[in-house]
Design a protein around this ligand. Sequence first.
Ligand code: B3K
Ligand code: ZN
Length: 880
Amino acid sequence: MRTDVAQPVRLEDYRPTAYAIGTVDLDIHLAPKATRVTARIAFSRREETAPGTPLELAGDELKLVGVSLNGAPLGETDYEADAETLTIKTPPAEPFVLEIVTEIDPDANSKLMGLYRSSGTYCTQCEAEGFRRITYFYDRPDVLAVYTTRIEAEKAEAPVLLANGNPVEAGDIEGTGRHYAIWHDPFPKPSYLFAMVAGDLACVTDTYRTLISGRDVELRIYVEHGNETRCDYAMDALKRSMRWDEEVFGREYDLDIFMIVAVSDFNMGAMENKGLNVFNDKYVLANPETATDQDYAGIEGVIAHEYFHNWTGDRITCRDWFQLCLKEGLTVFRDQEFSSDMRSRAVKRIADVRLLQSHQFSEDGGPLAHPVRPTVYRQINNFYTATVYEKGAEIVRMIKTLLGDDGFRAGMDLYFERHDGEAATIEDFIKSFEDANKTDLTQFARWYAQAGTPSLKVSETWDEAAKSLRIDIEQSCQPTPGQAIKEPFTIPVRFGLIGPNGADMEWSAVTGADVRDDVIVLSEPNHAITFDGLSSRPVTSLLRGFSAPVRLTDDKDREALVFLARHDSDPFNRWQAVQSLAMQLLKRGAKGPGNLAADEIQEFAALLGEAASDDGFEPALRAQLLQLPAESDIAREIGTDVDPDAIASARKAVQVAVAGHCAEGFAILYEALADTGAYSPDADAAGRRALRLTVLEYLACIDGEASARTLDHYKASDNMTDRLTALRLLVHRADSGTQEALEDFETRFAGEALVMDKWLTVQATAPFPETLARIRTLTSHSAFSFTNPNRIRALIGAFAAGNQTQFNRADGAGFNFMADTVLTLDKRNPQVAARLLSAFRSWRALEPGRRALAEAALRRVAEAEGLSSDVQDIATRSLQ
Ligand code: B3K
Ligand code: ZN
């Protein structure tokens, strides 16, 4: 066994640093292989620190060139240094300035953490612990300082020099071919929000005038030359985000300038560095020929998310990394609300819940489960999870549901007022809502501490004589690693009672739980809730809008679900009813083809046919209603002894049956929705395309070989949404047009890296045994590169996450391929490797044969020599 595993970090061990930092002056002399960083850091001893207490700073793969204290060079006996730490043995009792000179090699930085080069552009990524790869520092979020950054570089190589804050000065260094720029950020910030960028970049500019004080803010988006015309949507989304945060949260932007830089090599989506957001170019660049409707929505959401961090993350940051959800969960909630206001609230909610269930519920149900605020970690990079982000957002949403719109806003206002300029905790956040609303959220706060998805078991009893309905609700929560027993949660259940005419019923008398307007607030393990004096037996609609991140099982029969699917005034629950019906069918189908009763399928197909052409619903919602649960969703609901091949067959059988039943109506709809106007990425137009493409998918499964409908669709496409869906349908059905379309796509978009990513993904997710060999071949294709995270995610990440039957192949070849890839990649980029490995998170739910093969692959990874702490951590926890 390995012995060099990372030591656990525990929340209970949190202590402030011995010294505080006032200012940081950085002087960065850029060179591709030897960049010299001079950091002048003003320290002062905290009152509670004994004079002479050593000063310990963190580094990572650093080369120290020299240290001086108050201008005098320190001798080797005054400090100890290696690549990971710098200790000043006896610092002065009075405030002092430490000057540290380090040398780093941006070109050799394949981890993409700290300062690195992406296509010739110098850029930084410091969250969570990347700043220590630039200089020795208190690289933790509770040490806030005011930064001034001077950057110097060859002018020809890097004409653009950027850092956080406002520009102060810039100029040429006579006779050297070099130039410099100085930036100053007046807002104290932790080191993880530091950023600098230098390169030969094009710039698109605009301005935004704030609503609150009428200040003009300069907006700049930097991209590689040639991409200037692809920034319009991102710029528009930025301006809308700035306005929305003023209107909805009363938050105004604070610097004179806001900059976004798009880079092509980036470990995640984007980064909220103060005043200088660095983005994966995937979330900036778009035009109709290259970006899908989904890409546009992604750009809008990520631009908003990073911008919103300016207040929830930057102005108020986290005390320690255990509090990550304080900024991430809250900011996801804010971006979800923004997108709901910009688009359709119902459709956005369904999309968000789909994501929550597919990523977070599966995480909660497996070995990587952890509380939204964990209490221990070995590698913080592995905690940027669906639980912290998506479940964290659900917790904020529940606070709003419980306190109402005004109570929520009052709590947020108090939070901003109290903690601006601070590094805060979840307790601070909760306390703001308690104090602003004079309420006690102690029990509610368990959502942060207890992992696992709570279950609600509901049963109903109707008393005809008394005209009363009794709803029994029992809550429980699955055991998770280290937490076998859970205390009951506070769970807001939004509900409605639907009368026989399909309209919501009025009710007056209720007992057995705290019921506020249309929300039942559960707090006990069991509630018996009785509604008296009803005119007739209602059909209950529970958990409207998915008011809590729980699993609800009730004793509703098919008839009641069909009734809800037809009549519920809550669009989310209509969708939920259709999903429940689909899931019942699919789960039974997965037990064997004989289990699919023809009359039941007919009934279900009829319901979908009705929904498809129901003009009372916007097309985007109809598209959502028509979409069957994904194979991975079905697997999650089955939960044990999962056979992915059986699931895929059952899903296909239901799809074909629905298509057969609805063929005529779908064909009419397909024609009727043909768009003749110019492409627009707006939500309405995207919704019509989504509906048309959803019916095309059904039609494609019954179109015979002679039909060229899908290939014709591909050929007629004038935008990427249509083109890519048609390509996927051809490739995933191995239709005769496959080769022609793949070659056409490749010819059209060769050299367009982000578009070729889609071409890679389509092939990697094809549900055929040949796919694995195809992927191996594609790793040598010029569109693929092992050094670029987007390419790796497009080909290999997509295979593991989106190809259930082939990743989980019965011969274990899918698992072994992933294990080999993770081990190779770990040497270059541990963060991306660890993320790929988390695709194994549901391995224990597989049937015994596959389970053993997955376990063997995981063990092979866990026991390999020289693993990064990132991969070691995921491998070990996956096996626990
Ligand atoms: N805060 C960054 C994520 C950083 C991930 C570091 N491993 C992006 C975001 O959530 O906005
Ligand atoms: Zn974020």
